[in-house]
Ligand binder design. Structure first.
Ligand code: 4AD
Length: 428
């Protein structure tokens, strides 16, 4: 029996459940134990008159994070809209002592050194459940919109997003290979088989950034669609994001409350999201007093500060070609810029999706590979997609942890993934 299934139909019935002790409090001959089982939290009441003095003392002396099975009768809480368990007997699986994460405040390093335990805390429990909702919402939405899941490899012979942030590994036969930065290059061939495809998996960036939104290992969902271009690409992204937000609001009220996340900010998100060209955005940032220049990358700090001030997500389009990876198609209406867009989230979150229209012309793509100082030899297989039935196409990739961070309103991205890997941490 899971706590989430305890309801009015079980009142006065006997149930037996295996749980962990989250909190205890006693007063005279009554002990109140707050238990958690992963599906929720529940108050259980042990009384000496039902348990006998010896068992009552044993129950009372249980420390937090002891694992137990409690048998008892379900009752309605006298005042709240909750159910309680009136304990009649119990079994202790393991009596825990000196649990290192007490009720007091700990510093983040200590908490993340103990991430294997910290995952049990209420806030971290809530965050992982929101993450789970986002993952499922994504799968549901993709399937409902005719996407086929294609699993991209993690070991790759070539870079996707430039060579500066690649993790290099040696294959068993001595060849060099890299951990995937994005599955995109593997989805592009797959559109010729399936039309609309997506992947979802871990990706790796060897970047040294120590920001609140960078990880070295994070989960990306890449989507790729044949015969669409910039506007349809952005339309798909905003529809997907809007669906994810509605699902989180619908399924995770309790979790968002635990996180003290103001839900009205998520409820206020509206379609369509605004589209702004990079050059207009830079002008706006300059007029607001930010230290940015046309033709230069907008730093992570500026982006986050700016996104503190806005309430809706924004697509920033038409970045200068020089900022972006080799595969972007140039916008011939705005030469020198690409048909690409980053989706920025409000509340200081910044970029959550990167996407764009792909160069579908063989010669132009080959020239771009060379311009980026990449070895065309290792891209031969990828270039084949532009030789045999090349089509206009576009796609995007979202960073799961960035979306979890936004939905949950948490300060640092390390809280959004079960076992984070970032510049200062690879353990536990
Ligand atoms: O903008 P990026 O680099 O785009 C790509 O990799 C494309 N190949 C995706 C595609 O078009 N299929 O990364 C996509 C997203 C970013 O918007 C961000 O949300 C996330 O991945 N991301 C990171 N998340 C956490 N830590 C990092 N170091 C990240 N780098 C990118």
């Amino acid at each position: 029996m899971l706590i989430k299934y305890v309801g009015s139909d079980l009142v006065d019935q006997e149930v037996a459940i295996q749980w962990w002790v989250a909190h205890t409090r006693s007063s005279g001959k009554v002990v109140f134990i707050n238990l958690r089982d992963g599906s929720g939290f529940m108050q259980c009441v042990g009384e000496a008159q039902f348990l006998g003095d010896e068992k009552f003392e044993e129950l009372k002396s249980l420390n937090i994070e002891s694992s137990v099975e409690l048998q008892g009768v379900v009752s309605k809480h006298p005042k709240k809209d909750e159910y309680e368990l009136q304990i009649r007997s119990f079994i202790v699986y393991q009596a825990s002592s000196d649990y290192p994460l007490g009720q007091k405040e700990h510093n983040p390093d200590f908490l993340f050194d103990n991430r294997h335990l910290y995952l049990r805390s209420k806030s971290q429990w809530a965050i992982q459940r929101v993450r789970d909702t986002i993952i499922h919402a994504t799968y549901d939405w993709m399937r409902d919109h005719d996407f086929v899941k294609i699993d991209a490899p993690i070991f790759t012979p070539n870079a996707c997003e430039g060579t500066t942030e690649l993790y290099e590994v040696e294959h068993v036969n001595g060849e060099k290979m890299y951990l995937s930065q994005s599955g995109q290059l593997y989805l592009e061939p797959a559109i010729a088989a399936h039309g609309r495809v997506y992947d979802f998996g871990p990706t790796f960036r060897a970047e040294k950034s120590k920001t609140r939104r960078h990880l070295n290992e994070f989960w990306m969902m890449d989507a790729e669609v044949a015969f669409i271009q910039q506007e349809e690409n952005m339309h798909l992204q905003e529809q997907l994001m809007f669906y994810i937000i509605q699902e989180v609001l619908h399924k995770n009220r309790k979790e968002l409350e635990i996180l003290e996340r103001p839900i009205e900010k998520l409820e206020a998100i509206q379609l369509p999201f605004k589209r702004v060209m990079y050059k207009d955005r830079v002008d706006e940032l300059i007029s607001m007093g930010f230290d940015v220049k046309q033709g230069e990358d907008i730093g992570s700090d500026v982006e986050m500060q700016y996104m503190e001030k806005v309430e809706q997500p924004i697509f920033v389009t038409n970045f200068p070609k020089s900022f972006k990876a080799f595969y972007f198609k140039e916008d011939l209406q705005n030469p020198g810029t690409v048909l690409g867009a980053d989706l920025l989230a409000p509340e200081g979150c910044g970029e959550i999706i990167g996407g764009g229209t792909r160069e579908d012309n063989y010669d132009k793509l080959l020239a771009a590979i060379k311009e980026h100082n990449l070895d065309p030899e290792v891209f031969n297989w990828y270039l084949d997609t532009r030789k045999y039935g090349s089509v206009p196409h576009a796609g995007f990739g979202y960073g799961l942890e960035r979306i979890v961070r936004w939905m949950c309103g948490v300060h640092h991205i390390r809280e959004t993934i079960p076992f984070p890997r970032y510049a200062n941490r690879i353990r536990p």
